[in-house]
Design a binder for this molecule. Structure first.
Ligand code: IPE
Ligand code: IPE
Ligand code: MG
Length: 245
């Protein structure tokens, strides 16, 4: 699996709660199984040669969930770093985050800082975790930073381009996602990467996140490969483009 592979895959990992409910288990057990699916997806991506994997782990809206669920999720994140950091590092994977990570409990922030520093120079793949992330907040923060830069004279109005605004987003050093996967059956974006998915291929599956295995991931990649990305052009231009070296 290498030709026409998406360089950047972003995943809305949804359906943990329903996975648990179907088994009469507490929601947190769904999240626990979800963490195993994270491990699988990271390993699959690395072996497949995907350059960037962005995982939506916690949204700005998720702060509204019951306190016990939020703290359970934070604990799982912390445990994930404890159990997986060494292997992630051995596999030459770089960890980074997007979102207002500072809102997370201090102990989790500290662990994330260690994980990021340790893996900062790794080159095989980027594991980008979206935590306390909201697409609108990302754009809003960028707009504020941009307006400051305009006010201070660091940037002139005529120099403001999409690329310039992009440089103020949390994803500044990452390519836009080529493929966005949402598990769990809902067909919505839920305030994920709004700016960055302008031309991503969208793939929705009913598979609940804890059940998302290598076969399910392969199905998503195959669906991506079967599509023609035209970026506003017509098929013939795309075919021509392929002919020219
Ligand atoms: C996704 O699963 C995990 C997070 C949002 C943190 P959910 O917890 O949203 O699962 P459902 O949608 O209730 O099944
Ligand atoms: C989106 O899932 C957020 C994450 C997967 C982290 P939600 O379950 O929070 O989204 P809604 O509530 O269905 O929109
Ligand atoms: Mg959900």
């Amino acid at each position: 699996m290498s030709a026409d592979l998406p360089g950047h895959v972003a995943i809305i990992m949804d359906g943990n709660g329903r996975w648990a409910r179907r088994r009469m288990l507490p929601r947190l057990e769904g999240h626990r199984q979800g963490a195993k699916a994270v491990r699988r997806a990271v390993e699959f991506s690395r072996r497949a040669g995907i350059g960037v994997l962005t995982l939506y782990a916690f949204s700005t809206e998720n702060w509204q969930r019951p306190k016990s669920e939020v703290s359970g999720l934070m604990k799982l994140l912390s445990q994930f770093i404890d159990s997986d950091l060494d292997e992630i590092h051995e596999h030459n994977i770089k960890i980074r985050t997007i979102g207002e990570v500072k809102r997370l409990p201090a102990a989790v922030v500290a662990k994330l800082d260690v994980a990021k520093a340790k893996t900062a120079h790794n080159t095989a793949m980027i594991l980008n975790i979206a935590l306390s992330y909201g697409g609108r907040k990302d754009i809003l923060n960028a707009a504020v930073k941009l307006s400051r830069a305009l006010k201070s004279g660091d940037i002139e109005e005529e120099d403001v381009t999409e690329e310039v605004l992009g440089q103020f987003l949390d994803t500044r050093d990452l390519p836009d996602p080529d493929l966005l996967i949402r598990t769990g059956g809902e067909v919505r974006i839920s305030n994920f990467l709004l700016w960055q998915i302008a031309y991503a291929e969208l793939y929705f599956t009913d598979v609940l996140w804890p059940d998302f295995d290598d076969d399910a991931f392969r199905d998503a990649i195959e669906a991506f490969r079967s599509r023609q990305r035209r970026f506003g052009k017509i098929s013939e231009q795309i075919e021509e483009g392929k002919m020219t070296p």
